[in-house]
Write a protein that binds this ligand. Structure first.
Ligand code: NDP
Length: 484
């Protein structure tokens, strides 16, 4: 098999196998073919990963931040040199078009390694003057062994978003990819080793949810960073609470995207397309509730349908293709069930809605209009190429309706009126807001959710706080007095 890795796991600098673990078939979503076969980690593999990470972390933390940063930036350079090969692998793992993976996956991972590699040498504490010449100082210390658990939509980017700040701070990481997309994290582990990351500092273990659960439960683990669904997030958060472990939770969303009647219509349509159909709609921050002001509703829909008709659906390895298959048959079935619910509950299907008659897990880009707030497709995260268009009259009304969700990952507004743009952004209950753009997540800016969309932030300097803690040291320059 063309994409068969040397072994399933990467521990202590070496590929490692235990063939008694449950089999994992890696399926190419464009054809349904099995492209690699792996094994879920057994307790022996989990133990090897934990014990090697525990030892290696001390050695890594003893290096200077500048040295760690240099190694991370070297890893970024290797990723950039191998971007095409890594993108081909990512396309086979996820089904995402090569047009996307060459610009948004390994290269986004390289951005993160460069950014946090650059920060590694700047991580210092502070000096705090106290009375009579006494003082305190703070030391920024790594947490220890961190566990990263990933979703299947951006396997390389997610692995780097967790590993880059963790390693910059001097932690070790054990990363468990989604069992649906296990391949690229192994390549990342190889690249880290080649760049000079000491053995055991970045380990990959494969497996289903039970492997993630075993890692989270272990006393040697200080921190868990999960990208996944709300239901998994609740389980992982609860398991981490027993050991009072640090957590970062990057969970789901049902984000609003508001288009006012003064918006630049083509930009707004672009925002709706990027925020619903990129990666076949499998993006947590997607603006799946598109609120369009009534006066421009028909113009918006007309322009949208004309643009969606130009989507080039097909073989994701064809550089012209910009819309690929869903990740799995299971996910496709979930999305189809939402399309059926949309119809049953009275939304108007204006385009798409069907599975393509070809091998693989292809669904058409789908748009529903006349969607109302109570419908299932307007309330629940679908995680597929299904856009719901809703109408609104006033700013006050639409902001209230936009916030009427348990999620708070992202939100967007398209308008030319400056003060309204800022007012609406201030009114949004969401971790990330976009004005006249959508779905950016650069390494430099914080990304994460409020409400049930998560805890903590990834990217940016804020991520450093989630992978390190401060020790305060008090120094007395005087003779110490006591009452007796
Ligand atoms: P899941 O929640 O099903 O799985 C996420 C990861 O957690 C997988 O690796 C999974 O393993 C693992 N897992 C499952 N159960 C447990 C457990 N009890 N303990 C520890 N780990 C466990 O999410 P999906 O992979 O289906 O991804 C889609 C979801 O991810 C969507 O809700 C989406 O919104 C969210 N997401 C959020 C992002 C963000 O940044 N906020 C970005 C991308 C996606 P296994 O797959 O083997 O079950």
């Amino acid at each position: 098999m063309k994409f068969q890795p040397v072994a399933s796991h990467f521990i202590n600098g070496l590929y490692t196998e235990d063939a008694t673990g449950t089999a994992i078939d890696v399926i190419y979503p464009a054809t349904g073919e099995v492209i690699a076969q792996l094994h879920s980690a057994t307790p022996r593999i989990v133990e090897q990963a934990l014990s090697s990470a525990k030892v290696a972390q001390k050695q890594w933390a003893a290096m200077s931040g500048v040295e760690r940063g240099r190694i991370l930036r070297r890893a970024a350079d290797i990723i950039r040199i191998r971007n095409y090969d890594l993108s081909v692998l990512e396309t086979h793992d996820t089904g995402k078009p090569i047009q996307e993976t060459t610009v948004a996956d390994a290269s986004a991972g390289a951005d993160l390694l460069e950014y946090f590699g650059g920060l590694a040498g700047t991580l210092t504490g502070e000096h705090i003057p106290l009375p009579n010449g006494d003082f305190a100082y703070t030391v920024r210390e790594p947490l220890g062994v961190c566990v990263g658990i990933g979703a299947w939509n951006y396997p390389t980017q997610i692995a780097c978003a967790k590993a880059a700040p963790a390693l910059a701070c001097g932690n070790a990481m054990i990363f468990k990819p989604s069992e649906t997309t296990p391949l690229s994290a192994l390549k990342l582990a190889e690249i880290f080793r080649e760049a000079g990351v000491p053995n055991g500092v970045f380990n990959v273990v494969q497996g289903y949810g039970d492997v993630g659960a075993a890692l989270v439960a272990d006393d040697r683990v200080a921190k868990v960073s999960l990208t996944g669904s709300l239901s998994t997030g609740r389980k992982v958060y609860a398991a981490a609470a027993g050991g009072m472990k640090h957590v970062t939770m990057e969970l789901g969303g049902k984000s609003p995207l508001i288009v006012f009647d003064d918006a630049d219509l083509d930009s707004a349509v672009s925002g709706a397309i990027i925020g619903n159909f990129y990666s076949s709609g499998q993006i947590c921050s997607n603006g799946t509730r598109v609120f369009v002001q009534k006066g421009i509703k028909s113009a918006f829909l007309e322009r949208l349908l004309a643009r969606v008709a130009n989507a080039k659906v097909g073989d994701p390895m064809d550089p012209e293709v910009n819309f690929g298959p869903m990740i799995s048959e299971r996910q496709m079935k979930i999305v189809k069930s939402y399309i059926a619910k949309g119809r049953e509950e009275g939304a108007r299907l204006v385009c798409g809605g069907r599975q393509l008659d070809r091998p693989g897990f292809y669904l058409e880009p789908t748009v529903f209009a006349e969607v109302t707030d109570g419908m299932s497709i307007a309330r629940e995260e679908i995680f597929g190429p299904v856009m719901s268009v809703l109408d609104f009259d006033t700013e006050e009304e639409v902001v209230t309706r936009a916030n009427a969700t348990e999620f708070g990952l992202a939100a967007g507004v398209f308008t030319k009126e400056l003060t309204r743009a800022h007012r609406v952004a201030k009114g949004f209950e969401a971790g990330t807001c976009y004005v006249n753009t959508y779905n950016l997540a650069p390494a430099e800016a914080p990304f994460g959710g409020s409400k049930l969309s998560g805890v903590g932030r990834e990217n940016s300097k804020l991520a450093i706080n989630h992978f390190s803690e401060m020790k305060t040291v008090y120094i007395s320059m005087n003779v110490l007095q006591a009452p007796y």
